[in-house]
Design a protein. Sequence first.
Length: 236
Amino acid sequence: MRYRGRARRVSGAAGRLRVLANPGVAVSIARFHLRPLRRLAQAAGGAGLVLDATEVAPCGSTVHVRPPRLTDAPAWRRARLRNREAIEPFWVSTGRGWGSQHTDRAWTGHWLTARWGARLGTLLSVVIEVDGRFAGQCELRVEEHDRRGEAGIWMDAGLAEPGTALVAGRLVLAYAFGPLGLVRVAAPVSVENERAGRFAARLGLVREGTMAGYLTVGGQRRDHDLWAVTVDNWRP
């Protein structure tokens, strides 16, 4: 299609609206703004800490630990919102509402952080599936220079069949003390979180003492017990 007449320069709000109304221009703008996110995802691709393993729990359920995916967002959000009362009181406070912490955009941030940390060798992040359903997460933050890590785990109470969380935790520890070559893994547990303390003991960790005012969780600064295990003392 040809246009006749002299071209006119359009300025101000009307000009901007006219430009944005052009589909080709809108696509170009979107691509420009998404370019940094695309580059970050490419830079954080594939290499580094990766754990993908499956084991059958004593209850008969299949436990699968694997890297997180972008498509996990809906299942992650539902599980976290459903288990808010069990998780939020012991979760590191951010100052934002629980719902605003569990959006698609928030999950994208978690996913990028996990990929970037895996590539750098500083973070192992896995999704826990029970019989093919999203059931929780486990993270291991790694201090490579002195070969130690700090772990945390949460599970969806509705999908956590007896022993499944224990299987997931053992798979992560086996990777930490095996291929990863760590000599120590620790886990801070709020002194009020008795259930998590019992889980740490069953996993083979030993309570080493109490850290006063260690973290702000559930909106309050709280004491945390330090649970830990070394490669020499861990029994698979």
